[in-house]
Design a protein around this ligand. Sequence first.
Ligand code: PMT
Length: 399
Amino acid sequence: MLQGKFVVLGVTGSIAAYKAVELVRLLKKKGANVQVVMTRSATEFVTPLTFQVLSGNPVITDMFEKPVRWEVEHVSLADKADLFVVAPATANIIAKMAAGIADDMLTASILATRAKVLVVPAMNVHMYCNPITQENISYLKEKGFSVMEPEEGFLACGYLGKGRFPEPDKIMEVIERLVGNSNDLKNKRILITAGPTREPIDPVRFISNRSSGKMGYALAEAAVERGGEVILISGPTCLPQPAGLFKYIAVETAQDMKEQVLKFFPWSDVVIKAAAVADYKPKCYSERKIKKKDSEMVLELTKNPDILKELGEKKDKQLLVGFAAETDEIKENALEKLRQKNLDLIVVNDVTAEGAGFEVDTNIVKIIYKDGSMEELPKMTKKDLAHVILDRIVQILRS
Ligand code: PMT
């Protein structure tokens, strides 16, 4: 998949720089032409010679060193690249990228490139969790950069926590997706729902649930990365709008979501319903704030439309994917939903399991197919899971 692809690997000043050496070996093994660019501090951890020998190319460390051929080197690198990978990426380079600073060869090339950029952070847990770093990462994602989640574990600085450089073979999986498969959803129209719905009680109160939108947004980002034309219909979340969408539609209630989903259903080839739609809403909406009384209060609820069930009844050419948030009898409940709603596959998460379901960055799911077969997946980030789900969708589309 990487045969003949030009990958620029930016290595920055982290102890994990030594692991980037293995990344070069794996990239070369897959046939990529690798150009390593090191920041000055990266050279304090690993010598350029190591990367030069493994990549088979002279390593660039200085913006003003004499070029081998006459070309404006940072622009030529930026133009030639099929992919930039910044691994390991320190908090410093992330901040510089987010600010558009171009004061060395690596940052100047990244600013000048139109290629995809993958950022692989590795740093001390407190630096990673610092709100400034987190904001910079969110900003980069908003602007279309792919950012991998660091792993949790013992860090070189002695702390235990998030910040470890992921294993090079995991990084390779992401690289292959970004470069190799990047177009397997080209010409496919994908409608994704995400987040919760809010069912108003009065002007200040509503019924909702704990969905953060992370699962649905990860699916939207991944589908865009693979060349899909993506409409994201989202309930209220705090997440930045993913870059590269065909359309983003913000909704509040289940009824709003239903109207938008039905409007774009005929347009779509694939529908993925990751949203946590409220099953019930207050029977009556009070135009005025309901006053507190001494007695108990009873709120009467009425059923919301089941959007996915309606899609299953209307289904024509579309591939329909549902999610099921379960707490018990996981497989039985999910299978029943798959059949009732006429789905092609359903992704079921046990929302009581640690590291799964609402709000967290990871998920643990089972995928159940139309024929009743089930695939059990290990805990993984929602972004990685999004790609696995899209892999399965692509397989069904091709079959
Ligand atoms: O958003 P996050 O914090 O990342 O959390 C992710 C998640 C837990 C919300 C997600 O992984 C998930 O499980 N989403 C589906 C939640 C849900 O509503 O499950 P359900 O079993 O109640 O519904 C089954 C399916 O029918 C879902 O695809 C749902 O979108 C759809 N549905 C449900 C009710 C309804 N009235 N209309 C619907 O279309």
